[in-house]
Design a protein. Structure first.
Length: 131
């Protein structure tokens, strides 16, 4: 039987608090599942200004902070699921994503969606990583 652990972080710790009833991350054994992050500034709780580049940078910063808080790191990410609002944003998003993983790219799925829980958001990403 694998040990299952979850982490939910309060405001003020460097990641936006959950907008609903879910954990920031859940681990089953040594596999970590990080909940999708939106481009929300953890200090203000509002959508960051800018386009898909700025939104992708904020999403990755939020995700990487969760990894740090639970004892993992970007280098331990094995898979990502990415959701884009506009297909035309793919190249810019892809460039930022690639810069965030300079040593080894994780597996990834990217789909275009109709919208997000935060109006105006252009990207959401969730991760699977090793602890």
């Amino acid at each position: 039987m694998h040990d299952i652990r979850s982490w939910t972080f309060p405001a003020g710790i460097g990641v936006p608090p959950p907008a609903g009833r879910y954990a920031h991350a859940t681990a089953v054994g040594a596999t970590l599942y990080v909940t999708g992050q939106l481009p929300v500034d953890p200090g203000t709780g509002v959508l960051v200004p800018g386009g898909v580049v700025e939104h992708t940078q904020r999403v990755l910063a939020n995700l990487f902070r969760v990894l740090e808080l639970v004892g993992s790191s970007p280098g331990r990410v094995v898979a990502a699921r990415s959701f884009l609002r506009h297909e035309s944003d793919f190249a810019a998003y892809d460039a930022v994503f690639g810069e965030a993983f300079p040593d080894r790219l994780p597996s990834r799925t990217t789909v275009v969606v109709a919208g997000f829980a935060v109006p105006g958001a252009l990207v959401e990403i969730d991760l699977v990583a090793a602890l």
